[in-house]
Design a protein around this ligand. Structure first.
Ligand code: BTN
Length: 248
């Protein structure tokens, strides 16, 4: 991971650039990183504030040997890699909130947006976009997220070397991709389960057409969240357009 590298001062979105390069045959493992993004994208059509030099705004291009419907596995793998990397470098206890947010002290430290290119049942590429708040202060975040976002600097009150965090993320990703290829995906799922803070909790599922309460039981082998509704019906929730809140 990152053995091919594209470093930018400013881009609209590293994910957009990664998708463009993917269509021009860029290799598996290509890293695109930028000091700032002028149009950073979040999940569910949201934006992602990416102030200059305050975080790691990057995308990794993967060409996994998976069917399109299994592409979410790459996102789960990335969440495990990033969570592991952050905990190793900063000595903290970050957790994964389904599907792929990384929380520290209950606030959002990392967001992951994956996008794929597929045709005729064949997965061409997956772009894993990672936004990690390393050295941002409260005022660097947009006002509407100041109470729910956190940076490593805020949590540990010291400056973090973005190079060090980045190197660890790439190393963990490389290790996990190899592990998935040799041992199968079950071992990645097991690590995801250990690092997550969603299963076992009451959640509010906010989908496009309905909102309901339930209990998050587990994730299945493709990364769907298994939720028991209050009426006892068991649902499988696809990450795509859904947002999850913790419920009392
Ligand atoms: C989320 O909504 O939680 C996902 C945020 C993903 C942000 C990252 S920053 C690098 C990459 N480029 C983008 O435009 N978005 C992702």
């Amino acid at each position: 991971m990152g053995r091919s590298l594209c470093c930018q001062e400013s881009v609209e979105s590293t994910n957009n650039l990664a998708k463009q390069l993917a269509k021009q045959n860029a290799p598996h493992g290509l890293l695109i990183i930028s000091e700032e993004q002028t149009g950073g994208k979040g999940r569910i059509g949201r934006g992602w504030a990416s102030p200059k030099s305050k975080g790691l705004w990057l995308s990794v291009l993967l060409r996994p040997n998976l069917l399109p419907q299994d592409a979410p596995k790459s996102t789960l793998l990335a969440a495990v890699a990033v969570c592991q990397a952050v905990n190793t470098v900063a000595g903290v206890q970050a957790k994964i909130k389904w599907p792929n947010d990384i929380l520290l002290n209950g606030k959002k430290l990392v967001g992951i947006l994956s996008e794929m290119g597929a045709e005729y049942g064949k997965l061409n590429y997956v772009v894993i976009g990672i936004g990690l708040n390393t050295n941002a202060e409260r005022q660097d975040f947009p006002t509407d997220v100041q109470d729910i976002a956190i940076s490593l600097h805020q949590a540990a009150t010291k400056e973090f070397s973005r190079d060090e965090v980045l190197a660890e993320i790439l190393w963990q990703m490389e290790k996990l991709v190899e592990e998935a290829e040799t041992k199968g995906f079950a071992s990645i799922l097991e690590q995801w389960r250990k690092m997550n803070c969603t299963t076992g909790n009451k959640v509010k599922v906010i989908a496009q057409d309905e909102t309901y309460l339930g209990k998050a039981l587990d994730i299945d082998e493709t990364g769907m969240l298994i939720v028991e509704r209050e009426n006892g019906v068991i649902d499988k929730v696809v990450a795509g357009d859904v947002s999850i809140r913790y419920a009392e």
